[in-house]
Design a protein around this ligand. Structure first.
Ligand code: SAH
Length: 294
């Protein structure tokens, strides 16, 4: 698909209707998504017929773009059930509906629990209560979701320090071939060092530079729009985690997905139930307040 066509196909993808500041929810614009996906697909052959994970899928523009560019299986992960539900609506807008598997997952929590890389600032004692760890509280047997390519527009770590690197670490666990990750240009040297030295990347290169106009959707920015310079990295992880497609890991992986509440419909339902309960308890409180006043 030509870039112009892709961009116009992405034009109607809805963005966060109530963006959550603590999760740094900023949707990638159709223009930027097109630029990155086209590069990944055409220059590097990382999209067509490849399995793709969109880490922090949000409302789905990158996952949708990947699918439209001919990706095979696409998996979108996010910690926010509302974002996943909006993403689902976006997928349904296409005719035929686009197939992207959506899974609720706290990527940062997972990397904190199951990875063996040291968090620089970790001062928390891990209260993991299972036995399957190396004495440092971190399990070594976790099987990460895997795909050929991982794309991620991660939180930049402005709200939650280290979120950008936690995402990168998780992305590198999940990718067999390449990670495309967005990072502030001001952190370029740091990211280079982290990717290659700490996370053991085979290569890490900035493949595109972009200017982000972040709209003041939260009100904590003084200006209406702040410009942020962002690098798009292409990172080749080390190959040691590559799965051969026919071993026990597949089963554990499937089990892990199931354990992580893979059924988005159920989650939406329970979120709705919670809201309804909340509403009805509020109403009954109101009624009792009223009767008190009387
Ligand atoms: N990929 C989308 C959204 C990017 S914003 C796009 O490009 O438009 C970053 C996303 O990361 C948000 O959807 C946010 O909910 C998600 N996120 C933040 N913290 C997370 C965590 N701990 N685990 C999983 N997703 C997280």
């Amino acid at each position: 698909m030509k870039p112009k066509r892709l961009e116009s196909e992405l034009q109607d993808v809805g963005t966060f209707s109530h963006p959550k500041q603590n999760l740094e929810q900023y949707a990638t614009t159709p223009a930027l998504a097109t630029k990155v996906l086209h590069l990944a697909a055409v220059e590097f052959g990382d999209i067509e017929d490849k399995s793709v994970i969109d880490l922090g899928v949000g409302t789905g523009v990158l996952a949708i773009g990947a699918k439209l560019m001919g990706a095979g299986h696409v998996l979108g992960l996010d910690v926010d059930v509302d974002a996943l539900s909006e993403c689902k609506e976006n997928l349904e807008m296409y005719e035929p509906e686009l197939e992207v598997e959506l899974v609720l997952m706290d990527v940062i929590e997972l990397i904190r629990r199951y990875d063996d890389y040291d968090e620089e600032e970790s001062d928390e004692s891990d209260d993991d209560d299972d036995d399957n760890n190396n004495g440092d509280g971190k399990r070594k047997d976790y099987v990460w979701p895997k795909a050929d390519t991982v794309v991620t527009n991660p939180p930049f770590g402005t709200r939650r320090k280290g979120a950008d690197v936690a995402f990168l670490a998780a992305a590198m666990k999940m990718a067999d071939t390449a990670v495309y990750s967005f990072h502030k240009t001001s952190t370029r040297e740091y990211i280079q060092k982290v990717a290659t030295k700490k996370l053991g990347a085979k290569s890490a290169k900035v493949v595109a530079e972009m200017k982000y106009g972040l709209k003041n959707q939260y009100g904590h920015h003084r200006k209406d729009e702040v410009e942020v310079f962002v690098d798009v990295w292409r990172i080749e992880p080390t190959c040691k985690m590559k799965r051969d497609g026919n071993n026990d890991e597949d089963e554990i992986f499937e089990q892990n997905l199931r354990d992580l509440a893979a059924n988005i419909e159920e989650l939406q339902l329970s979120a709705r139930e919670r809201k309804d309960k909340h509403r009805s308890s509020k109403n009954s409180n109101n009624t009792s307040n009223t009767s008190n006043r009387r």
